[in-house]
Design a protein around this ligand. Structure first.
Ligand code: UTP
Length: 282
């Protein structure tokens, strides 16, 4: 997996008015913007190139990747090396190539991924949905990249029976242990609890076979009139293996207010446990 697509072109409607000016991907989770968690995870998983699919109405996303060498130098002159380091680490490591592409209209996640098609390197492609922030010892995409053996792999998390109707749910042979992958026969979008094939829900991390782009070009609009990535993955079953990977971390849905706050609290607790806890104490 040499490339990771970060789709950030969505409208962030559920977070209005927070997202009236600031893209939801740049809202804070304690000490870093939501997007930075996705960038760090993609790079840790081995990405050589990040393909950021943004929207022209969100210019702050492009700005976030610009180096601010003047501000860094000014901080260093004032001996504020800690702040200078933090500013330098914003965006991506300079050794990683960042391609910014635009989705002119938010026509769904499947369409956003397709916008990145001409910019990815050979081989399987990673996708991280930044608003699914996953905290914990293991980074989900790193765990997935280690377990990946081909086909399409989607991150999974066990949810309460009452919540299955909010997610894409995997059709599985049996339980999946934490930190392990398992083959899936398919996925059912937002099933009623009584007909759900399992309680394993799809979460925003994917490692996709490069064939996905041809399928995305061919699928019609699905639920909500949008081009759905899950429709393309489902259509490939039979030719391309589907597996679910049950990640070990805790996932926070930062597409709504309570999820953002919960992620900040969890990150604050994580940071407080580290030796350099002065950032929290301050
Ligand atoms: P969401 O559906 O959660 O994002 O997509 P949204 O549309 O911004 O949210 P609401 O419902 O309006 O509040 C998950 C991720 O996929 C991106 C979003 O930016 C987000 O990071 N996305 C979604 C796109 O890039 N393009 C799309 O057409 C849809």
């Amino acid at each position: 997996m040499r490339s990771v697509i970060l789709p950030v072109a969505g409208k962030g409607t559920r977070l209005l008015p927070l997202t009236k000016v600031t893209p939801k991907e740049l809202l804070p989770v304690f000490d870093k913007p939501v997007l930075q968690y996705a960038i760090d995870e993609a790079i840790a998983a081995g990405a050589e190139r990040l393909v950021v699919v943004s929207h022209r109405m969100k210019p702050a996303i492009a700005d976030y990747f610009n180096e601010d060498t003047k501000a860094v130098a000014a901080l260093r002159r004032k001996e504020s090396h800690d702040l200078a380091d933090r500013l330098e680490q914003a965006g991506a490591d300079r050794r990683i190539e960042v391609r910014l592409v635009y989705q002119d209209e938010a026509l769904g996640l499947g369409h956003a991924i397709l916008c990145g098609a001409d910019h990815v390197l050979d081989g399987p492609v990673g996708v991280v949905l930044p608003d699914d922030v996953i905290l914990g010892r293991g980074m989900a995409l790193v765990e997935m990249a280690e377990a990946y053996r081909g086909g399409n792999m989607v991150a999974g998390m066990e949810v309460a029976a009452a919540d299955v109707s909010k997610y894409g749910i995997f059709d599985l042979q049996g339980p999946v242990a934490s930190g392990q992958s398992a083959p899936a026969a398919g996925m059912v979008e937002k099933p009623a609890p009584e007909v759900a094939p399992s309680r394993m829900a799809a979460i925003g991390r994917y490692i996709l076979s490069p064939d996905i782009f041809d399928v995305l070009r061919a699928i019609p609009r699905g639920a909500g009139g949008e081009y759905q990535l899950t429709d393309a993955i489902s259509r490939m079953i039979g030719q391309t293996d589907l597996s679910v990977f049950r990640f070990t971390g805790s996932r926070f849905d930062c597409g709504h207010h309570a999820g953002l706050l919960a992620a900040s609290n969890a990150r604050c607790a994580e940071r407080a446990a580290l030796p350099d806890a002065r950032i929290v104490a301050a």
